[in-house]
Write a protein that binds this ligand. Structure first.
Ligand SMILES: [Zn+2]
Length: 129
């Protein structure tokens, strides 16, 4: 049973979690629950992830993590869990803040993905494993 703080974190991130679940259902993904996070994978999800501006093995939406397949979900779990924690901290502000950082970096001729502070934190967690 989650405590009050965990419940608040789920609630705060829930707008994205709900969108994630809806996308997962529409795309006919397979759902699995790992450490309080819903992981969704499947061929249509893989197709979409490969065609994003920055092609990805996995992508986090609140407490939902999309992966190309189960292996991709496993290998990106540490990284994507940092993004889950970021959604818990920033709630509805997470995506606007992420895109704002990316836009500012891009406009300054920098890498809007790898130099994004949210990504730096996630890659740091991977490397310190
Ligand atoms: Zn990331």
């Amino acid at each position: 049973m989650p405590n009050a703080i965990q419940m608040a974190a789920y609630l705060w991130a829930s707008p994205y979690t709900i969108i994630g679940i809806a996308i997962g259902l529409i795309l006919g993904g397979r759902f699995q629950r790992v450490d309080g996070v819903i992981e969704i994978h499947g061929p249509r999800i893989a197709w979409l992830l490969r065609r994003m501006i920055v092609p990805a093995q996995a992508l986090t939406f609140g407490h939902v993590v999309f992966g190309q397949n189960q292996a991709a979900l496993a290998s990106t779990r540490l990284h994507e869990r940092v993004h889950v924690r970021q959604y818990e901290r920033w709630g509805p502000l997470f995506v606007p803040m992420y895109l704002l950082f990316s836009a500012i970096l891009f406009l300054r001729g920098r890498d809007g993905y790898r130099e994004n502070p949210f990504e730096i934190e996630a890659y740091d967690a991977e490397e310190s494993e």
